[in-house]
Design a protein around this ligand. Structure first.
Ligand SMILES: Nc1nc2c(ncn2[C@@H]2O[C@H](COP(=O)(O)OP(=O)(O)OP(=O)(O)O)[C@@H](O)[C@H]2O)c(=O)[nH]1
Ligand SMILES: [Mg+2]
Length: 442
């Protein structure tokens, strides 16, 4: 996410932090580079101008000059101003408790509305709601089918009707919500290549009929400034409540995320970072600012882990670890849990200090995990529980079964033995402590 911008800003701040004392000129020079980095990230130029002037006023003031680490202080100011730019607080959706809530999604063609419908349904279901989805994109039969497929995958009802009247479909959906004991309807609508009057009229009509609790404008983050321009037009016509920025897993440069609030005065509520139903995150301006500045985002990482990990399984595993009963079956379980969290490089990029440049060099290969999985799958149940019995001929069989080599099996077995040793030492921390109290050398 925003790799290029993060790299550029880190470069600027590294130079600044190296200096013991700062002059007004130092700060000006650095901010000129920040300005360039933001413009290159496709942030609206007026916003950049304002942003820099605000940071500059604060930075050349007392708070920086007097501080012991002026470079750090400038970074802190930039961090705070970035948070401010994105709207300070996170968006909180409050659903109705005494009647069905209605959420309407709007946006251009291909922005990710239909996918976002599924993601939001999944998101609210995890929070205890019972959502249904309404197919109000009446122009492409494929669009209705797409929503139905997503609905089937997630086991969420989809309401559709063979008509060109969106209000009629909406009415049917509301009627059905009661029968289905649903408390939330998410309405998918049609997108166009460009904003046009016919589309807006239809959306306005639907809005005035539904009186939705929320309208979210879905925008493709990869389109940068264009997304912001379109957002402005949609907001003037429909006055939406918040934005869902999609495709943040691609190489979006940051322009949309950083400009949309300032231009429309509507905040980003969610971000989509992948095509699957689980790839939706709440948007927190402070966490996003930290990510942009390469400070990582541990809180989102923990939330991601919590939402994709099976709590009961995690507790059982903890119990087994305590008893030194960790086996290849447990290991396999863990691999699945990690895989559920998403691609490895995306997970690692949330860890402070791991920047996208470093990730590029290391190249984390999700295929490696699949290979380990294949090896474990090729073991018998007994071998998974008691790896000690895996002798030479068994190794050959496992290698053949998993399409790997005996060397790879040897390596995995060795790593597993080491891991077990470590677990054992953690369980008996008094024994064999190494330097600094660590039970093993790092
Ligand atoms: N990588 C990535 N792809 C996404 C994301 N959201 C949506 N997509 C993909 O973008 C494409 C378009 O998504 P849709 O949900 O069909 O877009 P739409 O706004 O409903 O498009 P129309 O119905 O044509 O107006 C699909 O191939 C999605 O899989 C995302 O967050 N990340
Ligand atoms: Mg669609």
């Amino acid at each position: 996410m925003f790799g290029e911008l993060t790299e550029r800003l880190n470069g600027v701040f590294k130079k600044l932090k190296g200096k013991g004392k700062l002059s007004e000129q130092n700060i000006k020079d650095s901010l000129r580079e920040v300005r360039r980095a933001l413009l290159e990230a496709d942030v609206n130029f007026k916003i950049v101008k304002n942003f820099i002037s605000e940071v500059q006023t604060r930075a050349v003031g007392q708070e920086v000059m007097k501080s012991l680490q002026p470079g750090q202080q400038v970074v802190k100011i930039v961090h705070e101003q970035l948070i401010h730019l994105m709207g300070n607080d996170s968006f909180k959706v409050k659903l109705q408790s005494n009647r069905v809530s209605k959420i309407m999604l709007v946006g251009l063609q291909g922005a990710g509305k239909t996918t976002a419908c599924a993601k939001l349904s999944q998101y609210f279901r995890k929070k205890g709601s019972k959502p249904i989805m309404a197919a109000c994109d009446i122009y492409r039969p494929a669009a209705i089918e797409q929503l139905k497929v997503l609905g089937r995958q997630l086991d969420i009802p989809v309401i559709s009707e063979d008509t060109k009247d969106v209000v009629k479909i909406a009415r049917t959906a509301i009627k059905n919500a009661e029968n289905l004991f649903s408390n939330l309807i998410i309405f998918d609508t049609a997108g166009r290549l460009h904003v046009d009057e016919k589309m807006m009229m239809e959306l306005r009509e639907l809005k005035s009929f539904l009186k939705p609790d929320y309208i979210f404008f879905v925008a493709d983050a990869m389109t940068g400034q264009d997304a912001v321009t379109v957002a402005k037009e949609f907001n003037e016509q429909l006055s939406f409540d918040g934005v869902i920025l999609t495709k943040m897993d691609g190489d979006a440069r940051g322009g949309a995320a950083l400009s949309i609030k300032a231009v429309t005065n509507k905040p980003v509520a969610f971000v989509g970072a992948g095509e699957k139903a689980n790839d939706l995150e709440e948007f927190y301006p402070d966490r996003m600012a930290s990510r942009i500045l390469g400070m990582g985002d541990v809180l989102s990482l923990i939330e991601k882990a919590e939402s994709s990990m099976d709590k009961e399984k995690a507790e059982k595993l903890a119990e087994r670890l305590k008893k030194n009963q960790f086996t290849f079956s447990d290991f396999l379980d863990q691999l699945h849990q990690i895989k559920k969290m998403g691609p490895l490089d995306q997970i690692l990029s949330m860890i402070p200090g791991v920047n996208s440049k470093a990730l590029k060099d290391v190249k984390i290969d999700d295929k490696e995990i699949s290979k380990i999985e294949a090896i474990i799958y090729s073991m018998t149940k007994k071998e998974r529980e008691i790896p000690g019995i895996i002798n030479g001929s068994r190794r050959i069989r496992i290698a053949k079964g998993s399409g790997t080599s005996v060397q790879q099996i040897n390596r995995l077995l060795k790593q597993f033995t080491q891991m077990k040793k470590m677990i054992k030492m953690f369980n008996n921390p008094k024994k064999k402590k190494g330097k600094n109290g660590f039970p093993f050398k790092i």
